[in-house]
Design a protein around this ligand. Structure first.
Ligand SMILES: O=P(O)(O)OC[C@@]1(O)O[C@H](CO)[C@@H](O)[C@@H]1O
Length: 395
């Protein structure tokens, strides 16, 4: 069972254009669609599509179209009722695969709602394999809310607490990895820009384009005690770094329809593979296969495992990096007994490291019009696997 928590869910409205976006003009949409959205919601949708056991925990008004969409798709959810309408996020897709996204801040979450979310997690999480926190934090809670909830769950469930995955950016990610964090994530899924931000660096573009450099940067976080870093690199695939090694994987070129949700799909592929006990390199293979399959679908659609092509993914071991201490030889994160010496070692490692620098709160935009990154920072860099070189850009 994989439990996802989305503090800021969304209804994703996608507008498909038959030509390039013309700013300042009236344009007719070629097609539109609406999907349940928000990163954790997407992960649960992808899991359910593949027949995996999942529950999506999310706040929102009971009658919101988001929950009707989940009912229609047969996705189990636990709606923490707020009476507030869920935000609508807009995606505009152009024939060349360029994806432009505008996300609303979302309705404020009060302390009482966060408390009810913690109670729901604790009541469901004992014995689950993974607890996934994904997406932005809406107005209201402090930026360390994920770190606080993770430690509350660990405090309540002890060794029965699930492994913990985190897919967010900016201050909530920085806070979750800060030296004082009681529980560090077993896996995080930044893109190259988010990884650079997290380390207080400005070389996000370079990391997105250079898997070796991304792996070296990710290693810094593994040295600080993060179990695994799955870093998606847009058209350059993805890298996975654990205490045992580093791997790069890339998918054969695919025709990109919408990169929205590709990163969520990639994390889903990783979690499913880790849950069944695959090796790290196989977990990465399935992550990239899932991400590429999502990028080939319009709107915020999540592929099932049957729609993915893991055989079209080339995985390369990147080899050890000079100066990287072999702190332990742990199995994949999901196999690690929880609340054990492994955790203690990770916490010690984290405590001896300097604070992770505070990143800017906004994600840097990609240079417009580049072949390998046709969309905005939120969408394009999240898409692992598909080669958006000339062959990957067919409409
Ligand atoms: O504003 P956030 O929470 O960072 O991201 C929300 C979002 O862009 O993420 C998903 C794709 O990953 C979409 O379904 C959704 O609209």
């Amino acid at each position: 069972m994989i439990i996802t928590v989305t503090l800021n869910p969304s209804v994703d409205r996608t507008v498909d254009l038959s030509g390039p976006l013309a700013r300042g003009r009236v344009q007719r949409a070629h097609a539109t669609r609406q999907d349940p959205g928000g990163k954790g919601i997407n992960i649960s949708r992808a899991l359910a599509a593949g027949g995996a056991a999942t529950v999506a925990i999310a706040p929102g008004d009971d009658t919101d179209p988001l929950f009707a969409g989940l009912d229609a798709a047969g996705v189990r959810y636990d709606n923490v009722s707020t009476g507030a309408a869920i935000r609508t996020n807009i995606t505009v897709t152009e024939p060349d695969g360029t994806t432009t996204k505008i996300n609303e801040p979302g309705p404020a979450l009060d302390e009482g709602t966060v408390e009810r979310i913690v109670e729901r997690i604790v009541s469901r999480a004992a014995g689950a394999s993974w607890l996934v926190f994904a997406g932005s934090v809406p107005p209201g809670p402090a930026q360390d809310v994920y770190a606080v909830i993770a430690s509350r769950v660990r405090g309540a469930l002890g060794a029965a607490a699930p492994s913990y995955a985190l897919d967010t950016s900016g201050a909530p990610l920085t806070e979750a990895l800060a030296p004082g964090a009681i529980v560090l994530p077993d896996v995080i899924k930044p893109n190259g820009h988010e990884l650079a931000q997290l380390l207080g660096r400005e070389d996000g573009d370079a990391l997105e384009a250079d898997p070796r450099a991304a792996a070296d940067a990710a290693r810094i976080l593994v040295e600080r005690g993060v179990g695994a870093v799955l870093c998606t690199l847009g058209g350059h695939g993805a890298v996975l770094v654990t205490a045992d090694g580093a791997w790069h994987a890339v998918h054969e070129p695919v025709t990109v329809r919408s990169t929205v949700g590709a990163g969520d799909s990639a994390l889903t592929g990783y979690l499913v593979a880790a849950e069944r006990g695959d090796t790290p390199s196989e977990c990465l293979r399935h992550a990239v296969a899932h991400g590429s399959a999502a990028a080939a679908l319009p709107g915020t659609q999540m592929p099932s495992a049957a729609q993915t092509t893991p055989d079209a993914v080339r995985v390369t071991e990147l080899g050890p990096c000079a100066g990287f201490p072999q702190v332990s030889h742990t199995p994949p994160a999901s196999h690690t007994p929880r609340g054990t010496a492994h955790d203690a070692a990770r916490h010690r490692a984290a405590a001896t490291q300097p604070a992770v620098k505070q990143p800017a709160t906004t994600r840097p935009a990609d240079p417009p019009g580049t072949a390998s990154a046709p969309g905005p920072a939120d969408a394009a860099p999240d898409a692992p696997g598909p080669d958006r070189g000339p062959a990957g850009l067919r409409p």
